[in-house]
Unconditional design. Structure first.
Length: 301
């Protein structure tokens, strides 16, 4: 099969539109249409159903799209390895982690990495879904559990516990709980136990809810929980890594906490010698070290 036609087919399947694919490829809609028609004739198969709202892949089209997607990912991996054979740290680095860790801990620290490597372009993908690193959905991941794939290099960064926090202003006004039963006099802010989150966080929240807490605010990520806590809505279930960066909140009811959640850095074996991966790994390791020093200095570690 003609690779150029396959490349155009992949762009159309990905965009779901001849026009959008043409914009991406810098080709006219008629040129894209001719290439797709030629590919369908060479395969003697219909690859798209056409309708007013765009294009939908047929069963044969889905099979071909799976193949071109795999080819594209392999080419991306080869390009990354060639690019990383040079000494300079530059180009795109696709980083995936959870919404909470990425928005509350990682993103605020990235300026230090950019200061050192100004030509680095980071694509930060924040979601609870675990992206497939061997299939190059991302280059490197920070995960709140040990990766299960055998072909990944992994490094344990730290342990995290879910704890109770509230703003100092809220506690000054509403009082500081002295025992777990006192939570019934406060509003609990947490993730819904059925939402996508680490199991230790869900289990800890379920335990807290056994204390007959009448007022509840659930948010589907820890960034939202933190904003509610900072604005004095109640006592929130939050990861302990937030404490160093938000001195206006304080821990409630120590030593109550979840079981420890391991945090791992992971990347594909084939990127072992990547300069971009190495730079990011060293940056995160240094920031974790500084983070621990701050927590130890505050007496909360």
């Amino acid at each position: 099969m003609d690779w150029d036609k396959l490349r155009i087919f992949h762009a159309v399947a990905d965009a779901g539109s001849l026009t959008h694919a043409g914009d991406t490829l810098n080709l006219s809609q008629s040129a894209v249409s001719r290439q797709i028609r030629g590919l369908e004739e060479s395969l003697n198969a219909t690859l798209f159903h056409r309708h007013a709202r765009g294009l939908i892949l047929t069963e044969q089209g889905e099979l071909l799209f799976d193949a071109t997607r795999s080819m594209t990912q392999r080419l991306d991996a080869a390009e990354a390895r060639i690019r990383d054979s040079k000494e300079e740290v530059f180009g795109e680095l696709r980083v995936t982690t959870t919404t909470g860790f990425g928005s509350l801990w990682l993103a605020p620290r990235l300026n230090k990495l950019y200061e050192k490597y100004p030509e680095l372009r980071i694509d930060l993908m924040l979601e609870e879904r675990v992206l497939d690193l061997p299939m190059r959905e991302a280059d490197v991941a920070i995960r709140l559990k040990e990766p299960s794939q055998a072909d990944l290099i992994r490094k344990r960064l730290m342990g995290v516990n879910m704890r109770l926090y509230a703003s100092k202003g809220y506690l000054d006004e509403r009082g500081r709980p002295e025992k777990m039963e006192d939570l019934s006099d406060h509003r609990l802010i947490c993730q819904n136990v059925n939402s996508a989150q680490v199991s230790a966080g869900s289990t800890y929240t379920q335990e807290l809810l056994t204390y007959n807490i009448p007022s509840l605010l659930t948010v589907n990520n820890y960034f939202g929980v933190l904003q509610a806590v900072l604005n004095g809505l109640g006592i929130g279930v939050l990861p302990d890594y937030i404490l160093a960066d938000f001195p206006e909140i304080e821990r409630v009811l120590p030593p109550s906490e979840s079981r420890e959640i391991p945090v791992f850095l992971a990347y594909p074996e084939e990127l072992r010698h990547s300069k971009r991966i190495g730079a990011f790994r060293d940056f995160v390791t240094e920031e974790i070290f500084e983070h621990r020093k701050v927590l130890q200095g505050s007496g909360d570690s």
